[in-house]
Design a protein around this ligand. Structure first.
Ligand code: NAD
Ligand code: ZN
Ligand code: ZN
Length: 343
C-alpha cells in the first residue's frame, strides 16, 4: 500500500510502498478515506528538535483520519465491516490507576498514533477496537477526518459551563476556530477570538463570532469596549501556545474566571501570578480528548447542526502532500485535508 513515511532523520516525507498492516488480536483494519494535517505532522515534516528527540524511524505519520472498516479481529463486537469510523489517536495502557478508574485520557503511558507507532497517512491503518469511534449518524468524511482536533476543541470548550458567558478564545487556528463554533452553538453570550492572522480572523467571522480581533493592531481592552463588556471574560480558551496570548488573557478575565489551556507553549515563560491569585482564576490544562465522553459530545453536536464546514479550507489528493503541507504550514488557512480514496 501507499503510505506517507518519515524515512530518514532529515526534513521531508516520502510517499512510498509499504506492506499492508495485518489485523491483530482485538484490532480493526480501516481503509483510510481522508486525513487531516495537524501541527504535529508539520513538526515531523520539518524534523525540528522535538521530532528529533521523539521519533523512531522509519515511521508512517498522521493521526487525524476517517475511513471504512474492512476487517475486524474475532471477538470484536459492535464494529462491522463497512462502518465509517474515526480513530482516537491516543493509545492508553489500560492498566494504570487512571485507566483502571475509567479516566483513560489521564493515562500516564499514552502512545501517539503516527508519533510513537505507525500512523494513518496510508491506504490502510489498524487500531485497537477500543480506539475506534463508529459514526452512527451521517457525517461528511472531511468532518469525520478531523474528529481528533475537533475533540481537542470540544474537550477544551466544554471544560467549563459556557451558557450565557463571555468567552475569550486566543488563537484562530483550526482548533480555535472549531472551539469558537462550539461556544457559539452551545449558547455563550459573547465569543471573542483573537489572532495575528487576518485570513484566520476572516474565517472566524464566517462562524458568527461576536468579535474577531487582530491583536497585532488592537488591544483586548478595545475589543471588550466594542462588546460593551465591563468586568472581563468569564471563560478563556487558550489555543495559540503564545505566551503573550496567555498573559493578555489573564489580564482580561473577570474575578473567578476560568481558563482552559490547550495551546502548547514551545518553552517556559513568566505570567503575572499575582493577578491569577487576586482575580481568583482557575487554570486547567487540557490534553487530547476524554475517552469517550468528548467523542459522544462531538457526534451529538454535529447531529444537532454544528457546522464545521467553514473550518475546512483546503483539500488535496494524497500524492500532492508537499503542496498540502506547505499550505498547512502557511498559518493562514483553516484545516487542510488529504484525500486517500483514489490511492
Ligand atoms: N493539548 C493538546 O492536546 C493539543 C492538541 C493539539 C494541538 N495543541 C496545541 O493547541 C494549539 C492550537 O492548535 P492549532 O492546530 O489550531 O494551532 P495553530 O498553530 O494552527 O494556531 C495557533 C494560532 O495562534 C495564533 N497566534 C499566535 N500568537 C498569538 C497571539 N499573541 N494571540 C492570539 N493568537 C495568536 C497563530 O497566528 C495561529 O493562527 C497549538 O498550540 C497546538 O500545539 C494541543
Ligand atoms: Zn492532531
Ligand atoms: Zn494507563
Amino acid at each position: 500500500m501507499k503510505a506517507l513515511v518519515k524515512e530518514r532523520a532529515e526534513p521531508g516525507l516520502s510517499l512510498v510502498d509499504v506492506p499492508e498492516p495485518e489485523v491483530g488480536p482485538g484490532e480493526v483494519k480501516i481503509r483510510v478515506l481522508r486525513t487531516g494535517i495537524c501541527g504535529t505532522d508539520l513538526h515531523i515534516h520539518r524534523f525540528d528538535e522535538w521530532a528529533r528527540h521523539t521519533l523512531e524511524l522509519p515511521l508512517i505519520v498522521g493521526h487525524e483520519f476517517c475511513g471504512h472498516v474492512v476487517a475486524v479481529a474475532p471477538g470484536v463486537e459492535d464494529i462491522a465491516v463497512g462502518d465509517l469510523v474515526s480513530g482516537e489517536g491516543h493509545l492508553v495502557c489500560g492498566k494504570c490507576r487512571n485507566c483502571m478508574a475509567g479516566r483513560r485520557h489521564l493515562c500516564r503511558k499514552t502512545i501517539g498514533l503516527g508519533v510513537h507507532r505507525d500512523g494513518a497517512f496510508a491506504e490502510y491503518v489498524t487500531l485497537p477496537a477500543t480506539n475506534v469511534w463508529v459514526h452512527r449518524m451521517p457525517v461528511h468524511p472531511d468532518v469525520a477526518a478531523i474528529f481528533d482536533p475537533f475533540g481537542n476543541a470540544v474537550h477544551t470548550a466544554l471544560s467549563f459551563p459556557l451558557v450565557g458567558e463571555d468567552v475569550l478564545i486566543t488563537g484562530a487556528g483550526p482548533i480555535g476556530l472549531m472551539a469558537a463554533a462550539v461556544a457559539t452553538h452551545v449558547g455563550a453570550r459573547n465569543v471573542a477570538i483573537t489572532d495575528v492572522s487576518d485570513e484566520r480572523l476572516d474565517l472566524a467571522a464566517k462562524l458568527g463570532v461576536s468579535l474577531a480581533l487582530n491583536v497585532s493592531r488592537a488591544s483586548l481592552a478595545d475589543g471588550m469596549r466594542q462588546l460593551g463588556m465591563k468586568e472581563g471574560f468569564d471563560v478563556g480558551l487558550e489555543m495559540s501556545g503564545s505566551p503573550a496570548a496567555l498573559r493578555e488573557m489573564i489580564a482580561a478575565m473577570t474575578h473567578g474566571g476560568r481558563i482552559a489551556m490547550l495551546g502548547l507553549p514551545a518553552e517556559e515563560f513568566a505570567v503575572d501570578w499575582s493577578t491569577v491569585v487576586t482575580s481568583m482564576l482557575t487554570i486547567k490544562g487540557v490534553y487530547g480528548r476524554e475517552m469517550f465522553e468528548t467523542w459522544y459530545n462531538m457526534s451529538v453536536l454535529i447531529e444537532k447542526g454544528l457546522d464545521l464546514s467553514p473550518v475546512i479550507t483546503d483539500r488535496f489528493p494524497h500524492h500532492e502532500f508537499e503542496a498540502a503541507f506547505e499550505t498547512a504550514a502557511s498559518g493562514r488557512t483553516g484545516k487542510v485535508i488529504l484525500d486517500w480514496s483514489a490511492a
